[in-house]
Design a binder for this molecule. Structure first.
Ligand code: NAD
Length: 261
């Protein structure tokens, strides 16, 4: 119970990685606010968390809309008295070749995955500064923000921006005892991956990942528990890759490592 008496906001927690993180933080004793565009999903998922006596909440938010985020924070302060942990996770997938990206799709991607993450992080950080008891902010970035993958122009640019924003937040918020870090998931088996990754993408990932498999949402959740707990108090401005070794791999041989094409 490393997170007893903590309130954690998980954006995009109705399903996928966000839901797995919500379950793991609830198991550690935190009271969870799942905030998602899909409010029915948020409410249903909140009811499925352990320690129901902590009165976990499922609320609506559109992270790309500042008014909606302000309303969410007001509601959290009213119902929970404040918050201690942000898992800045809401996002959309995308896989379009650079030459084909339409401006409107580029702008939608940036407005949710980068601007949306900024809006939420700033609102939460302001609240944490006002509370005066520090806090933890964990941004969910991506391997696609670190390496030039096929079709990841808009998505990768947004996630690379989020990784840099995390460093600036870490520098500026340290004085307020707000700990800021990233988790960068590799290929994780979620609904998003099921729609965004075609068979060729899946084959390429399995070839390029030393562990030769997709990760599980629960494997991201374990990293999120560490970064939400006091055990990570001197880890700051860091990006924790949870990717089966994808980023660090060089030349690989082996019977199963035949090139994907
Ligand atoms: N799945 C992967 O392989 C992978 C890899 C790297 C990074 N990520 C990142 O992890 C995070 C979660 O991904 P996932 O695979 O669980 O996705 P998912 O699609 O399964 O879940 C995303 C959730 O975010 C919500 N959401 C979308 N837009 C929103 C908005 N504007 N406001 C509020 N909520 C919104 C959705 O309703 C959904 O519940 C994302 O930021 C994603 O970019 C995923």
């Amino acid at each position: 119970m490393r997170l007893n008496n903590k309130v954690a906001l998980v954006t995009g927690g109705a399903r996928g990685i966000g839901f797995a993180i919500s379950k793991a933080l609830a198991r550690e004793g935190a009271r969870i606010v799942i905030a998602d565009l899909n409010v029915d999903g948020a409410k249903t998922s909140a009811l499925m968390l352990e320690n129901a006596s902590r009165e976990h909440l499922g609320l609506r938010v559109d992270v790309a809309n500042q008014e909606s985020v302000t309303e969410l924070l007001d509601e959290i302060v009213q119902q929970c008295g404040g918050l201690d942990i942000l898992i800045n996770n809401a996002g959309i997938g995308g896989n379009t070749p650079f030459l084909d990206i339409k401006l409107e799709d580029w702008q939608r991607m940036i407005s949710i995955n980068l601007t949306g993450a900024f809006i939420v992080a700033q609102a939460v950080a302001r609240q944490m500064v006002n509370q005066g008891r520090g806090g933890k902010i964990i941004n969910i970035a991506s391997l696609s923000g670190q390496r030039g993958g096929n079709g990841r122009g808009a998505y990768g640019a947004a996630k690379a921006g989020l990784e840099l924003l995390t460093k600036v937040m870490a520098v500026e918020l340290a004085q307020h005892r707000i700990n800021v870090n990233n988790i960068a998931p590799g290929a994780i088996e979620t609904d998003m991956a099921k729609t965004a990754h075609d068979p060729a993408t899946r084959k390429a990932y399995e070839y390029l990942i030393p562990m030769s498999r997709y990760g599980l949402p629960e494997e991201i959740a374990d990293a999120a528990v560490f970064l939400s707990s006091d055990e990570s108090r001197y880890v700051h401005g860091h990006t924790l890759n949870v990717d089966g070794g994808f980023r660090e791999a060089g030349l690989m041989f082996g019977p199963d490592k035949t090139p994907p094409r």
